[in-house]
Design a protein. Structure first.
Length: 570
């Protein structure tokens, strides 16, 4: 198992026939290199064996997590698929404090995010690899898929749109509503030739989002009537949900509201019991999950490296410290915690607050007092006190439990809490009906504020019976968003904490970030306050792409403040 606590630079090697290199960030000090530009779909690579089409379709969603997709021959602890990108994005902002930095500190600390670093290669490798898999299915199905191939083609179009939506939001320096002609990423489809790749410019926001909507139109058409067996495969409701997301980004409020309403049919929001469930909380699909992914017991991320290269290792706090002793969050002193200020803004009457350990417990005088208080969060309060907190102290950090997340529980009940090979086999949500509720509310409110307030209040009262509209429009940096949008944004920050949406909202709403304030739990020297959206949220395109794709421009190398910012006064 890997317990080293900080990132060490490794050696870079020259690429064959290239003028640049990819520099690895390797916390274990074992340097390596990776080559690659934009993958493309080669129709001839797909075998014509029986079952080839179904296998190709299944490969699109079965590889979303659990595989070492970037470095198959390594066991990097941040190489576990789509959920790793949730964390890479969310730690860039303020709502996740990363006081014990390690595998995600490149994104949290804005280090080594330039085009010549491995941190730039990772998303490029994953996302264009997934897109390649979609292109192969679309190519096999043809422009007019047979009845036998319609559902598979619909899944491929739906997922290709999803991947480009993520890429567009990660790489575009300006949101769609600010500049439709600003650039995003190159588009590669099933008809893109090898020669095209050498001269494939970044699509504008306008072109990209129209392409995404076009793919979702086809997905909705081909998935009409498709009955899936589980939530790990998209269906027509997911295509509509993605349309709601896309139109939200585009500021097309009428369509965002329309598709959010249609997408939520057949789902019910989580109640307190399911949201805060100590056994199944956010590790098992329920009636609110529209789309998800799951780690499997035979995944490389579970079988290798003591299962430490996994979402569960980073997010599940309750793993026996005296048994397996594994888990970066549970036992290595490197949990990702909720931001202190965000926690303080959650009223005691809002039951979502129960998903995070109260910071006040750290001020209690004795361990007995702390254990009694921690019993409100876990069957094993001693693990919370003596697991990650003790490990953090051993590494020279403060011995604290405040802010520890208990939203994402280890799977498998008590057996999983004693055995990470069971506990880390978790499902992870990609889309929940609660998101559709909040998209509907925001979109409605941008057309008629009174109607939006009514929808938002109805949703908020399912989480906090005492909710009063206007109680969460705090004095953030003024970025032109209305008090109403700020109120919706707060609900999204709390509801979807750790689910990969935080940075997308910051960029969409052109927010700054606040990490430096009295009582902050953000890592020393990275307590930054930025009045505008920081440029490190605009990911750089890997240098190997711009070397071989001569039409592809790049974002500026990200920069950050030196030392902590003056404390912000709320």
């Amino acid at each position: 198992m890997k317990k080293n606590k900080y990132l060490v630079l490794a050696v870079a090697a020259l690429l064959t026939s290239a003028t640049s290199c990819i520099k690895e960030i390797d916390p274990q000090g074992q340097g390596s290199t990776y080559t690659g530009g934009t993958p493309y779909a080669d129709k001839n690579q797909v075998a014509n064996a029986p079952g080839a089409f179904d296998n190709a379709v299944n490969a699109i969603t079965s590889t979303l997590c659990g595989q070492f997709g970037y470095r198959p021959n390594d066991t990097r602890a941040n190489d576990f698929g789509l959920p790793a990108f949730y964390l890479e994005r969310d730690v860039m902002g303020q709502d996740i404090a990363y006081p014990y930095t390690n595998w995600f500190s490149g994104w949290y600390c804005c280090d080594h995010l330039g085009p010549s670093w491995a941190n730039s290669q990772i998303p490029w490798t994953y996302y264009y690899g997934w897109i390649k898999a979609c292109n192969e299915v679309i190519s096999m199905a043809g422009e007019e898929p047979s009845d036998e191939h319609k559902a598979g083609a619909g899944i491929a179009y739906c997922m290709r749109a999803y991947f480009y939506m993520d890429l567009a939001q990660m790489f575009a320096p300006k949101p769609y509503t600010v500049d439709q002609q600003s650039v995003s990423v190159p588009i590669v489809t099933e008809s893109t030739s090898l020669s095209d790749l050498a001269n494939n410019p970044r699509a504008t926001n306008e072109v990209m989002w129209n392409f995404i909507i076009s793919d979702l139109d086809k997905a909705e058409q081909f998935l009409d009537g498709y009955e899936r067996t589980n939530v790990y495969t998209p269906n027509a409701s997911v295509a509509k949900g993605l349309k709601a997301r896309a139109y939200l980004v585009m500021g097309d409020w009428a369509n965002a509201e329309k598709y959010a309403k249609e997408a939520m049919n057949g789902y019910t929001i989580m109640d307190e019991a399911s949201y805060t469930d100590w056994d199944n909380g956010f590790n098992t699909p329920n009636s609110s999950w529209m789309f998800g992914m799951t780690f499997k017991a035979d995944d490389p991320n579970i079988l290798l490296n003591d299962a430490d290269s996994s979402w569960g290792s980073m997010m599940a706090i309750e793993i026996d410290p005296e048994g397996s002793g594994c888990g970066y969050a549970a036992n290595y002193g490197q949990p990702l915690c909720i931001d202190y200020h965000l926690y303080q803004t959650i009223p005691a009457s809002d039951w979502r607050k129960k998903c995070f350990v109260d910071f006040a417990i750290d001020a209690m005088g004795s361990d007995d007092e702390k254990l009694n208080a921690l019993a409100a969060y876990s069957y094993h309060p001693d693990w919370l006190l003596n697991g990650s907190g003790a490990a953090a102290a051993a590494n020279g950090y403060a011995y604290t439990v405040g802010g520890l997340p208990l939203k994402f529980r280890a799977a498998g009940g008590e057996a999983g809490r004693y055995n990470q090979y069971i506990g880390f086999v978790m499902a992870v949500p990609i889309m929940r009906v609660e998101e559709m509720k909040l998209i509907e509310a925001e979109a409605a409110g941008m057309q008629s504020e009174s109607r939006g307030i009514e929808l938002l209040t109805a949703f908020a009262k399912t989480r906090d019976a005492n909710y009063v509209y206007g109680s969460h429009n705090e004095a953030y940096y003024n970025t032109g968003t209305s008090a109403f949008q700020n109120e919706v944004w707060w609900q999204r920050r709390v509801e979807f904490w750790g689910e990969g949406l935080a940075t997308f909202d910051i960029k969409r709403l052109q927010k700054g970030i606040i990490r430096s304030y009295e009582g902050t739990n953000h890592a020393d020297q990275y307590q930054w306050n930025m009045e505008s959206t920081p440029n490190w949220m605009n990911l750089c395109i890997v240098q190997t792409e711009t070397n071989y794709n001569l039409a592809c421009t790049n974002n500026e190398d990200p920069s950050h403040a030196t030392g902590n910012s003056p404390k912000y006064e709320w």
